[in-house]
Structure formats: C-alpha cells, structure tokens
Write a protein that binds this ligand. Structure first.
Ligand code: C2O
Ligand code: CU
Ligand code: CU
Length: 489
C-alpha cells in the first residue's frame, strides 16, 4: 500500500504535493502522493480540500480512486480516497463550463463516478451511472454544464450498484461548486464536507452487519473535511458563506450553531426567493446547504442533534440499532478580535422558477416499500427494499417520461423508516407534504419522505434526455435495490 498524502497539506503552491500539468486549453491538476502531513485530531484546525477551478470554460481533473493511509481522528487509517484526499478536491465551475474527469480506478473492485445534482446529460461519456470502471481501468468523463446551469453546491461520489455505500463510507466523495456570475460579498467562503466512518482497532474501515445495512449504517466518527471536531475562527461581524455537504452514507444531520445568525440561501441547487433566517435545519443524506453565518462574539459549536428517521422495530422484530442518534459537536466556531463594522448589502437572489403555477402534463405515484423476504440473500431476517414493489434492475425501465414535460410526482412511504428520494439530472420542486401545500419555492434534488408520509414534487423534464436513476439516498438502501430507472425521450 502506498501512503496517501493528506489533503491538509495540499494548499495550492504549498508543500510540493500538488503537481500541475498545463496542456491544451485547460489545466490538468494531479494530486500526487507524498508524506502524510498534519494530523487532524479532535480540536485541530480545519483544512479544506484543495480547490480546482475552471479556466476559460474548462476544468480537466484526474481523480484516482485508491486505497491508502491517511490520518483520521489522530491515528493512521486505511481508507479509500480520491487522489489521496479525504475528501477529494473541490471542483469550482461556472455555468456553461466543460468538466473533464479522468477517473483512474486503482481499487481492487469496479467503481465509477456520479456528479450528484449537476444538471448534465446522463449519456456517456457524461453522467452515465450504468458505466462500470474495472480495477486498473481508466474512464474519461465529460460533462457539459448548460449556460443556465443553477449555481449551487453539488458533489461527486461512486455509483456502482451494490458498492455505493461501502465506497462512500470508505472515503470516496468530494464537493463541486457552481458559482454565481458575481460572488456574494462575504468575508470568507468555506466548504464543509460532513461524512461518517467507523474504524476498527487496526485503523481499517469497519465492516457492517446485515442489520446495519437494513437500518442504514451510521459511522462512529462524524468528520468535517476529514477532521474530527475542527476549530474555526472568525471576527465579530464577519459574514461567512458555508457550503455544507451531507456525504454521510445513511446519517441524517440536524444542525444548529447557537449564538450565531444563520441565513439559509437554499438547499442543493435550490435558491429560496430570499434568504431564510433559521435556527436549525436537517440535511438528509445527499443534501447540501448554502448558508450565511454572521459571526457574533463568543464560542459556538455546530451540533448535530438526534433525528427520528424511524426504524425497523415492529417489522418482524428487527431492531434498527442506533439510527438517528445525536452525533454531537461537529466543529467549534470561535469568534473574537476586533469587530468588522461594515457588512456589504447582499444582492437580491434571482427569483426562482415556480412550478406551482404550472399545469402538469402528467401525475405519477412512486411508492417506497419494505417487505419481508429477499434482500440479504434471502436469509433469516432478510428484508426487501423496493420502489413500486420491485428492486432495481438496470435492464428494466420503470418510468418513461416525454422530453419537456412538467410532471407531478407523489412519493409515498408506507414503511416505518424515512427514505430520502433522489432523482438524477432533473431537480424537484417540493409543492406539498402529506397533502399540505408548501409555502414558498423549495427546489431540491434529495427530498426526504418521512415514515408513513408522502411528499408531492413537480419536475420539469427539460434540458436533457436520456436514461438514469432515482433512488433512496440512504446508500445502504440504494444498494439493497431501492432504485428505479427513468428514461426521458
Ligand atoms: Cu448522490 Cu444517485 O446519487
Ligand atoms: Cu445523484
Ligand atoms: Cu431508504
């Protein structure tokens, strides 16, 4: 095994761990291996992933998925990582850009790449999740962002069926930002990728039981940019922009930062009509928040509280061990020093599209279900995780949608657990929860459907055609088959 460099040391131009190859019209960034650097134990400083920006409309990146050794929570851990980073590098793009990613698979098993939330074609060599890249193989992805691509917080991770949860839990994820034409006036931008992992006594990623898979595993360590409880500092009056990615395999995050003013710009690619002042918000697995934090003197902690996401108790006596427990303090935010007095005014948010006034071309119902039998090799206690009564079959097309249609989907969940629905390529506007209309405009690409509840969304199937998937973003459930195929033609 070769040592992976810790991304903490990969400040651009620093430490010589990052090699930059200039070729053609763009840049190729390659994170190369090097000695392990600063250890991120509890209370250590935050070290964000390296940022790679597009230039002249193009970003070319090489991502090597490999097993390697990085410091996690004060000791050496054997994880999976993209180009040695836990998380992988942050990719910064603009609408209209082309993103080329050469994925190099140095794992011992197949993998692939999904750009979660990007409004790009699902056809190869774009965001085609049916592609499988074998061990030792390389695949060249190319994504064309439309000129009207929504600015927002996105991320990338593997999507090979049956292996998604293990590979994400192992460490394969990174953030993607699509910028506004004019950056918001803030003192500081931060990208906070929250992930969870469990390490065994030897520092290897712990295996999971069948019961944990069915419940949706929750790692013992909840990391922010690969660090355990990092410390952030600011001055009073500073306005920071935090982009928070919930890259946890199955864990929900109920977040608060008491003592600080929080204004949520939107979730996923969505933008509210105007920022919403909030005290707490919940990110289902896969969701992202775009948050303004206006710093007030004192020390605050970002806390992840308990989330009731249901469980399997009552279903054939299967318990759901420990789901939804509070993760506690994710980071500390120390605000001191001389106050910043001027806060530049924020520009008005562009008014979001609102499909509530549209007349849908068609209504559909999509039902999450769980039943006895099937699933874990049909053994004792096996449970099936289905959508519309079926587990995933890549050869079957479950929904055929006319290109350009606006549809209303009612997603029902008769099970005793929450399931967050994720649809690739086409964002969803939440219009009702349990039949009650939603106030305001809420666009998301992961929509939590509570146990025994239902959510109604509207979707405009425009910009792209092709075949892709929708699934539960509790990645263990996705791997167990809670996924369907959609074709837009
Ligand atoms: Cu974040 Cu289909 O995935
Ligand atoms: Cu996705
Ligand atoms: Cu689920």
């Amino acid at each position: 095994m070769r040592p992976l460099s810790r991304r903490a040391a990969l400040q651009l131009g620093g430490a010589g761990l990052l090699s930059v190859l200039v070729g053609g019209a763009g840049l190729t960034w390659q994170l190369t291996s090097g000695p392990g650097a600063s250890i991120a134990g509890g209370g250590e400083r935050l070290a964000e992933p390296a940022t790679l920006r597009s230039a002249d409309g193009l970003l070319e990146v090489e991502l090597t998925a490999a097993r390697g050794s990085v410091p996690v929570a004060g000791r050496q851990a054997t994880v999976l990582a993209y180009s040695g980073g836990l998380p992988g590098p942050t990719l910064r793009l603009r609408p209209g850009d082309v993103l080329r990613v050469r994925l190099v698979n140095e794992l011992a098993e197949p993998t692939n790449l999904h750009v979660h939330g990007l409004v790009v074609s699902p056809r190869a060599p774009g965001d085609d999740v049916f592609v499988s890249v074998g061990p030792g193989e390389t695949y060249d992805y190319e994504y064309h962002l439309p000129d009207d691509h929504p600015p927002g917080v996105y991320w990338y991770h593997p999507h090979v069926h049956h292996a998604v949860a293990d590979q994400v839990f192992g460490g394969l994820y990174g953030a993607i930002l699509v910028e506004e034409p004019e950056p918001l006036p803030v003192s500081r931008e931060r990208v906070l990728v929250v992930s969870d992992i469990t390490l065994d006594a030897a520092g290897r990623v712990a295996g999971v039981s069948a019961a944990d898979r069915m419940a949706g595993r929750e790692g013992e360590l909840v990391l922010v940019d690969g660090a355990l409880r990092p410390a952030l500092t600011a001055r009073p009056g500073e306005r920071e922009r935090w982009r928070i990615v919930n890259a946890c395999t199955s864990r929900y995050l109920r977040l608060r930062l008491d003592g600080q003013r929080l204004d949520l710009l939107g979730v996923d690619s969505g933008r509210f009509a105007s920022p919403r002042e909030i005290e707490e918000f919940v990110l289902a697995p896969g969701n992202r928040a775009d948050l303004l934090v206006t710093a007030a003197e004192g020390t605050s902690t970002l806390e992840a509280g308990a989330v009731d996401r249901g469980g399997m108790a009552g279903m054939g006596g299967m318990g759901a061990p420990g789901t939804g427990a509070a993760a506690g303090t994710l980071l500390t935010f120390d605000v001191s020093g001389s106050p910043v007095l001027e806060l530049p005014a924020l520009p008005a948010q562009p008014s979001p599209r609102d499909l509530r006034t549209a007349t849908p071309d068609r209504a559909r119902r999509v039902a999450f279900g769980m039943g006895m039998g099937g699933g874990m090799g049909g053994g004792m206690g096996g449970m099936s995780f289905v959508i519309d009564g079926r587990t995933f079959d890549p050869a079957r097309t479950d929904q055929v949608v006319a290109a350009g249609a606006v549809e209303e989907w009612t997603i029902t969940n008769a099970t005793p657990m929450n399931h967050p629905l994720h649809l690739h390529v086409w964002p969803m506007q939440v219009v009702a929860r349990d039949g009650r209309p939603v106030d305001g405009v809420e666009w998301q690409d992961v929509v939590d459907v509570p146990a025994r509840g239902e959510v109604t969304v509207r979707i405009a199937f425009d910009r792209h055609t092709g075949r892709t998937v929708y699934h539960c973003h509790i990645l263990d459930h996705e791997d167990l088959g809670m996924m369907g195929v959609i074709e837009v033609a």
